[in-house]
Design a binder for this molecule. Structure first.
Ligand SMILES: [Zn+2]
Ligand SMILES: [Zn+2]
Length: 239
């Protein structure tokens, strides 16, 4: 009976489940702890309450209006992201998108994005051919469906041989990101319209280079006023 109702088994505990991650395993994943920077969403250690700008945000302005992440990097979340991104586990996108939906419910600042369109961070055609899917879209599609919001693709990522981001400094990452993202011509020329508010979705926020480059492009498109960034994972260096 349970198998008929729940034909999938949880990727982490093996229990029969409606999703590829059961409710209790999803709940047990490490969430970004409060207090946070209300601007970039990073946890701010040593503060008693949420801060309006963390040290990093004070030193450099962000082109997005706010960013939030659902989960923290650790031994449980990193392998899941790795599978979603590199091991063909597109099915995990739908299971993990539930963490984004919960994040949205817990973020009152997102109330003004109720009529937003959802924008996945694009991957290059080369990566799309290799992987067969865009992991950010695998998260963004079920999220958009659950929110009843449209998904739009006003960003392109060009094929360009840039070094893998993982070994680069924050400044190098931002420089690379600025080289590879472009606005889609039909949106840039206003042939396709966008709402005033957009929610940009990506899998991981490390230095923020990708979402900063993408947000800067989105903010220059006709009629766009505000861009919120939601990522599944926040990479925080813990010593
Ligand atoms: Zn489970
Ligand atoms: Zn910040």
């Amino acid at each position: 009976m349970l198998d008929w109702l729940y034909p999938i088994t949880c990727r982490l505990c093996g229990a029969a489940s409606e999703h590829a991650l059961c409710e209790s395993c999803l709940d047990a994943l490490p969430h970004v702890p409060r207090p946070i920077c209300l601007y970039c969403g990073a946890p701010v250690a040593g503060e008693q309450q949420d801060a309006y700008h963390c040290a990093a945000c004070k030193s450099k302005p962000r082109p997005f209006d706010m960013a939030r992440s659902a989960l923290l990097n650790d031994d449980a979340t990193m392998p899941l992201i790795h599978e979603l991104k590199y091991k063909g586990a597109a099915y995990l996108g739908k299971a993990l998108a539930r963490a984004l939906s919960r994040l949205r419910q817990q973020t009152p600042e997102l109330a003004e994005y109720k009529d937003a369109a959802i924008v996945p961070v694009p991957i290059s055609k080369q990566h799309l051919r290799l992987r067969g899917y865009n992991q950010a879209e695998e998260l963004a599609l079920p999220f958009a469906e659950e929110m009843g919001l449209p998904l739009v693709t006003p960003l392109l990522r060009v094929d360009r041989n840039v070094d893998s981001q993982t070994r680069l400094s924050a400044a190098e990452r931002l420089k690379n990101a600025k080289l590879v993202y472009r606005p889609a011509p039909e949106y840039e020329q206003g042939k396709k319209a966008l709402p005033s508010h957009l929610i940009l979705i990506d899998d991981v926020y490390t230095t923020g280079a990708t979402v900063r480059a993408c947000s800067a492009i989105l903010k220059r498109l006709p009629s766009v006023q505000k861009v919120a960034v939601l990522t599944l994972l926040r990479v925080v260096n813990r010593f």
